[in-house]
Design a binder for this molecule. Structure first.
Ligand code: ADP
Length: 449
């Protein structure tokens, strides 16, 4: 028998959970549908943090930042391909989204930096742990507090439309039984398609054979469903490869390592690029090396300041040694070369001037405190910038830029915000900012306010 709700949310990543909480708080009857057996989507793997400018936490730390600079740096990082209207909205709403989370006991009060930014604006948990797990567990707590229903192992197969407006969804459960759920608003928060090799290769043939950092539910099904009801897409070929992925496990090594002072070294024992450049550029430089891979090298000080480092050690990714010489031996690397590289880098730190590669940020401290550590990395498919088109209300748009009534989308399923390259820390901001909006507007439509 059909079931009636005001708002159906598809996907339990950050966008879906934020949307569901907001829609509930606006008075809507909400159900969340997730095809995987667990909650969290790809968001749970998010590492570095959430970017926002002019926040209370920045002010507390005396960090001077501006929305304008955040806008400009994101646009530059996105190669000026970003949708300016969506990007403006994103930058404007970011501090409020940080507060929305804080009000729900999800405090991101420590601040770091990622590639392509000039100012510390990446908000993360106080204990500097990875943002994804922290965020999802906090959001799930809020979902449970509100008794919002979550259906796991249930896929939305189709969005239903009558007379041009959304009327609900068709879902298929783990026993392959299908049924209809009625709702005036459907929020598609199904994430990207990095784990759909066929779809990735369709748009970017040269990415065949690349590992992906994404969970296996990142198949792009939401894009296909929305296209089926007339949604337009944008930037589908803009697929981000992340430069630092451990290849045997496809595990992402957070940008926070470089943001915390680590460097990248080739098999020849040399730095080869500005480690704090944007992901696309750093990836391209790694692929251009003869071995198509590199080492993230850091010392005890960097380890002590990054919780993630201990996680990588526990996972067995990290090679360590008491001295640079011994580390080089273990890495099968020229000993003198690594020693020289570290010495030279440490001089640049001392004068805060990277003469070789112009690294301007995160020249944190000299790498001179043993033990020394290295992780072998190479790029992997990480994020799909393209997706369906929306307006600033998160209403899904068709090819004529007309709203499809009742269809909303937020998060990685949406295209345009990040242009040709997403900046680290901007995906978490995106899912929360636009997730809240989607929840709010979906509830408003469904309740007839
Ligand atoms: P975002 O970061 O945009 O919130 P995530 O990748 O974190 O996106 O989460 C998207 C979630 O949507 C994943 O948990 C994924 O399994 C789920 N999902 C994708 N397609 C469907 C579908 N057709 N039906 C139900 N859930 C889906």
């Amino acid at each position: 028998a059909p079931v009636n709700y005001d708002v159906v949310v598809v996907g339990t990543g950050g966008a879906g959970l934020a949307a569901a909480i907001q829609a509930h708080d606006d008075g809507a009857r909400v159900v969340i549908i997730e095809k995987m057996p667990t909650i969290g989507g790809n968001t749970i793997k998010a590492s570095v943090g959430m970017n926002a400018a002019e926040t209370r936490y920045q002010k507390l730390k005396g960090i001077e930042d501006s929305k304008e600079l955040f806008y400009e740096e994101t646009l530059k990082g996105g190669k000026f391909k970003n949708n300016p209207v969506l990007l403006r909205e994103f930058v404007e709403q970011a501090p409020e989204a940080i507060e929305w989370l804080a009000a729900k006991d999800i405090e991101l009060c420590d601040i770091t930096i990622t590639g392509g930014m000039s100012i510390d604006r990446t908000h993360r948990p106080e204990d500097r742990s990875a943002v994804g797990g922290f965020l999802i567990s906090g959001l799930v707590k809020n979902v449970n507090l509100r008794n919002i229903e979550v259906l796991l192992e249930t896929s939305v197969a189709e969005i239903l439309v009558e007379n041009g407006a959304v009327t609900g969804v068709k879902v298929v459960d783990e026993y392959n039984d299908s049924r209809i759920i009625n709702a005036k608003s459907v929020i598609v928060a199904t994430g990207g398609f990095s784990a759909n090799r066929e779809m990735v290769v369709k748009y970017r043939p040269e990415l065949d054979g690349f590992v992906t950092t994404n969970h296996k539910g990142a198949t792009g099904s939401g894009i296909a469903m929305l296209q089926h009801i007339g949604a337009d897409t944008v930037d589908m070929g803009e697929i981000q490869i992340h430069p630092t992925v451990e290849q045997t496990t496809s595990y992402l090594i957070s940008e926070a390592m470089r943001g915390g002072g680590a460097i990248l070294v080739s098999q020849a024992g040399k730095r080869f690029y500005n480690e704090m450049e944007t992901r696309d550029k750093v990836s391209a430089e790694i692929i251009a090396l003869p071995e198509k891979s590199a080492w993230i090298v850091f010392d005890e000080q960097v380890r002590a300041n990054n919780k993630a480092a201990d996680e990588y050690i526990a996972k067995g990714f990290v090679i360590s040694a008491p001295t640079p010489h011994e580390l080089a031996v273990k890495l099968n690397m020229d000993q003198e070369a690594l020693q020289t590289t570290l010495g030279r880098y440490n001089e640049f730190v001392a004068k805060q001037d990277d003469e070789d590669f112009g690294r301007e940020t995160a020249l944190r401290h000299p790498l001179n405190k043993g033990p020394y550590f290295a992780i072998r990395i190479a790029p992997g498919v990480h994020h799909t910038m393209g997706g369906v088109t929306i307006n600033t209300d998160t209403a899904v748009l068709d090819a004529q830029k007309e709203v499809i009534p009742g269809a909303w989308a937020a998060g990685e399923v949406v295209g345009g915000i990040h242009g040709a390259n997403r900046i680290g820390g901007n995906a978490v901001a995106d899912i929360i900012i636009f997730g809240i909006k989607a929840g709010h507007n979906a509830a408003k439509l469904a309740l007839g306010h």
